[in-house]
Design a protein around this ligand. Structure first.
Ligand code: M6R
Length: 608
């Protein structure tokens, strides 16, 4: 996690760095810092807390003169959030400054060696080792020192580096942490992600592993790990800068929830041609699809929850056995990958360390890999054999909403396509499902319009200690996501349980007034779900049910009911999740919490 930026050009660097960091704060926000060459030395300012602390400390950057600098916004791994541990970090004699996103795995060993050679460390971070090591190897040629460091450090890094001896160049380097660079009339930039530079340029270079970019005022030169110059091609960023701004909404999460009718359409429509599902990027022949014996889906967090829904849809429609794994488990569990296996990796950012490692593991074991990814050009998108983009646009709020609902659409389309090719879904049935898919955006819009009711209801639960979610089948998958959404932004303890499983232990936690959210969208399971609702109500629970509009019978059992419009049984997640997103959002707002940047979290989890 963490966000890095770098700038060299004609303008004062610090305000530009602050602006860039503000677009990267989603990557980490426990401390921030900048290093600027002021004409005689590298000056560093850094502070624990949100970026605004640094902004105030430097008067919006005005207090830091100089036209070349690097900046950082941190999500602490090694060393608590503090002024000392905030980046940038100096080498011993303060002639080199470094910002870093990633983890240096062998930092302790290196630190001991450097200490033995007389280095005095000022922080507990792994990053400071890089700065000290650069100082140790530097003999007048920065590139040579960088290459030596790259050979010594193990782990992941995107680095921005300043050398006081070379005050006209920013060096940036990458291995397994995202890094882009770009050039405009104002100068050259490096950053962890595109939004930080979008104000200045749409032409960006995606730095690959073990590549070095050397930025001067007029040009960018690229090198490989052997210090040899290489050519790279710029990519044009299509999306609008407004997509990464709040656009009048109180929070990015609110804006992104409201974008879902569009992002669902954007993900769906390009794959529907003349009433047929066409997924060109899949690149699998009908024979290959028919030969598939198994699908593994692996992902983290909400993307994993989308994967669980995917399992029900693939198995139900295409009758292909599916295993869903948390990526952090998959990579270490020695998975059995046989012939004709497809491994699907789902990730909004395309940079999640465990998901990326799971992808590499799957490839190593001979599987065909497909990334369902939102961020164009991200590591998973590049490394997977095939990539199917969710076209949700930039997602800034830490709590995912629009990327999740776009992932569901991608999974439905794949499952339907596979089912058709394997002779499990007739053309007529498929046409009916496509009609239902096309109705989803308007149905989401309708559900979003109900926000006032949900806000009123949410306000009753601001002081809740525990909130439970129950559901069966796909409804369990929806419950898992509803529960995660709630706990990550409201800090209320919550658990999602397969409804039938609650009585095997967890039901002992239900007390008078405990809120239990029952998701009941699978008609064949209505009766079973009702029994489970009765069980918790008997123990004092207050039950909010999310169910289909025709299931009005539920009002006899549940205390508060939210109806979702009619859709195919496999698509109910796309609708039932909307009130649950709104509920979590309004609980968080009602508690006065930082909705977009919940404590201890970061948007992009690029560490294990
Ligand atoms: O970028 P990814 O989709 O790989 O991220 C996976 C999870 O970190 C992410 O879904 C996380 O659980 C969200 N904060 C949930 O809202």
């Amino acid at each position: 996690m963490c966000g890095i930026v770098g700038y060299i050009g004609k303008k004062q660097a610090a305000p530009i760095l602050l602006d860039g960091l503000s677009k990267l704060e989603y990557r980490g926000y426990d401390s921030a810092g900048m290093a600027v060459y002021d004409g005689s030395r590298i000056q560093i300012q850094k502070a624990a807390g949100r970026l605004k602390v640094l902004d105030e400390q430097t008067h919006g950057g005005a207090a830091m003169p100089g036209t070349i600098g690097i900046g950082h916004t941190r999500w602490a791994t090694h060393g608590a959030p503090s002024d000392d541990n905030a980046h940038p970090h100096y080498n011993q004699d303060e002639t080199i400054a470094v910002v870093h996103n990633g983890i240096i795995e062998n930092y302790l060993k290196l630190r001991r060696k450097l200490e033995a050679k007389g280095c005095t460390f000022r922080s507990q971070t792994d990053t400071e080792v890089v700065a000290m090591l650069l100082g140790y190897y530097y003999k007048g040629d920065p590139l040579e020192a960088i290459v030596k460091v790259m050979h010594r450090v193990e782990g992941s890094y995107a680095l921005g580096i300043l050398f006081a001896d070379h005050p006209d160049v920013v060096y940036s380097v990458r291995k397994d942490s995202p890094l882009i660079v770009g050039q405009s009339a104002q100068g050259c930039f490096c950053a962890s992600d595109v939004p930080a530079v979008l104000k200045y340029t749409r032409e960006v270079y995606f730095i690959q592993n073990e590549e070095i970019a050397v930025l001067s005022e007029e040009k960018i030169v690229f090198y490989n790990i052997d210090g040899e110059e290489i050519e790279k091609e710029a990519k044009t960023i299509e999306w609008d800068i407004n997509a990464a701004e709040k656009g009048g909404y109180a929070h990015f999460m609110l804006k992104e929830m409201n974008e879902q009718p569009k992002t669902v359409s954007d993900t769906l429509n390009p794959r529907l041609k003349d009433g047929r599902i066409v997924i060109e990027e899949l690149g699998m022949s009908d024979e290959e699809i028919r030969a598939l014996r198994k699908i593994h889906i692996t992902a983290c967090g909400s993307a994993y929850h989308a994967g669980i829904t995917g399992k029900y849809v693939f198995e139900g429609l295409a009758r292909i056995p599916v295993e869903v794994d948390l990526a952090s488990e998959f990579r270490y569990r020695d998975p059995i990958i046989e012939e004709n296996t497809l491994v699907i990796i789902i990730s909004q950012s395309g940079e999640t360390a465990d998901s990326l490692a799971a992808l590499r593991e799957a490839k190593k074991r001979g599987a065909l890999t497909l990334g369902i990814v939102n961020v164009v050009g991200s590591s998973i998108a590049r490394e997977a054999d095939r990539v199917m983009y969710t076209l949700a646009g930039p997602e800034i709020a830490v709590a995912t909403t629009k990327a999740y609902t776009a992932q569901l659409i991608a999974l439905y389309l794949l499952a339907m396509k596979f089912a058709q090719i394997r002779g499990r879904l007739s053309d007529d049935a498929c046409a009916g499902m496509i009609k239902d898919l096309k109705a989803i955006p308007a149905q989401i819009q309708m559900l979003l319009a109900n926000k006032e009711d949900i806000q009123r209801f949410a306000n009753r639960y601001l002081a809740a200690r525990d909130i439970f979610f129950i559901g069966r089948g796909i409804d369990h998958a929806i419950s898992l996501e509803g529960s995660l959404k709630l706990k990550e932004i409201s800090y209320i303890h919550s658990e999602a349980y397969a409804a039938g499983e609650l009585k095997h232990g967890t039901i002992s936690l239900i007390e008078e007034g405990t809120l239990v959210t029952a998701v009941v969208t699978q008609e064949d399971l209505y009766k079973k779900a009702i029994s489970n609702i009765v069980e918790v109500r008997t123990r004092g629970a207050f039950v909010m049910a999310v169910t289909n509009e025709d299931n009005t019978q539920i009002e006899k059992t549940a205390d508060y009911v939210i109806y979702i419009p009619k859709t195919n049984r496999y698509f109910t997640n796309s609708l039932a999740i909307i009130p649950l997103q709104l509920f979590s959002y309004y609980v968080s707002v009602g508690k006065g919490l930082d909705v977009d940047k919940p404590r201890n979290l970061a948007k992009s989890v690029t560490v294990e």
